[in-house]
Design a protein. Structure first.
Length: 283
């Protein structure tokens, strides 16, 4: 087993411990056995995915404004994708290899589902309700975002920057990994995990640390010339909205809730200023 995956797994286990300690409650007695809890949870995984996919049918004015904001931000990055790529290539020598390797292994689907499965099974077998609900949210969010990401990148057929075809080269349903750039699967899965786990904490410092870890794989994929900056931004935005939708659905199914403070809103946006641009996540 690769040492970077082991590091990633221990990192998630450490976060699981923090989640448990952050809100440890002696489990209530219940008539449900382990199998009943498991089947209930897996049902909510699939129902949560379906709920997220159905949300566009219920969108209102503000929702379309958010969609417009993400679209405009993605297009804004698309316009400067080439310049960003050149700058990242120029700076790549200064990036520690461990970060690049971590980005690859943390965002690989098999590693991601292995780690999220550990979170869920820990909650299930220890009867820790918070970890169990967190595991359900992780699995359902990864499933929802992963499927959309795979479908979108196949339909779009955008060439990866390393192919040297340029940012404008698209070949819908093109064969091979060369035409699977838009959006980034690694960025989708790891930011999904980060957003889910960060929701468990109130401390902005802990949240910031978790999000910092969550964006490393997406950024590393730009350094590795595997994705454009616009690919990665769209992946982060997709993850954010999928997690939010499924979390609202799960509020109806579990006593553990992460949305009690309705006055506190989070948002993700792109900022421009002078010669700089960046992604701002407000929580």
């Amino acid at each position: 087993m690769n040492k970077n995956f082991i590091l990633y797994l221990f990192l998630l286990l450490g976060i699981n411990f923090l989640i448990a300690q952050n809100n440890f409650v002696v489990p209530e007695r219940t008539d449900k056995n382990l199998w009943q809890d498991f089947t209930y949870d897996m049902g909510n995984v699939f129902k949560g995915v379906g709920y997220a996919y159905s949300r566009p049918l219920h969108w209102q004015g503000n929702d379309f404004l958010k969609l417009g904001g993400v679209t405009a931000s993605t297009y804004g990055l698309y316009l400067v994708d080439g310049d960003i790529r050149k700058e990242f290539i120029r700076q790549k020598e200064n990036v520690p290899n461990v970060l690049l390797e971590y980005g690859w292994y943390a965002g690989s689907p098999q590693n991601n589902y292995g780690a999220t499965g550990v979170v869920y099974l820990t909650g299930l077998f220890t009867k820790n309700k918070k970890l169990r609900r967190t595991g359900v949210l992780l699995i359902s969010s990864a499933t929802a975002t992963g499927f959309v990401q795979q479908l979108t990148k196949s339909v779009a057929g955008r060439a990866r920057p390393g192919a040297d075809f340029g940012k404008k080269h698209f070949k819908p349903f093109g064969e091979g990994a060369t035409y699977r750039s838009f959006p980034s699967g690694h960025a989708v899965l790891t930011f999904t995990n980060a957003h889910v786990i960060a929701k468990q904490f109130k401390s902005p410092w802990i949240k910031a640390g978790i999000y910092a870890i969550g964006v490393v794989p997406g950024v590393s994929r730009i350094y590795q010339d595997a994705h454009w900056a616009s690919d990665v931004f769209l992946s982060w935005a997709m993850s954010y909205f999928m997690v939010e939708a499924i979390d609202i659905y799960l509020d109806r199914k579990y006593d553990e809730k992460y949305n009690n403070d309705k006055s506190h809103k989070t948002s993700i946006s792109l900022t421009f200023g002078g010669n700089a641009l960046g992604v701002v996540y407000t929580f």
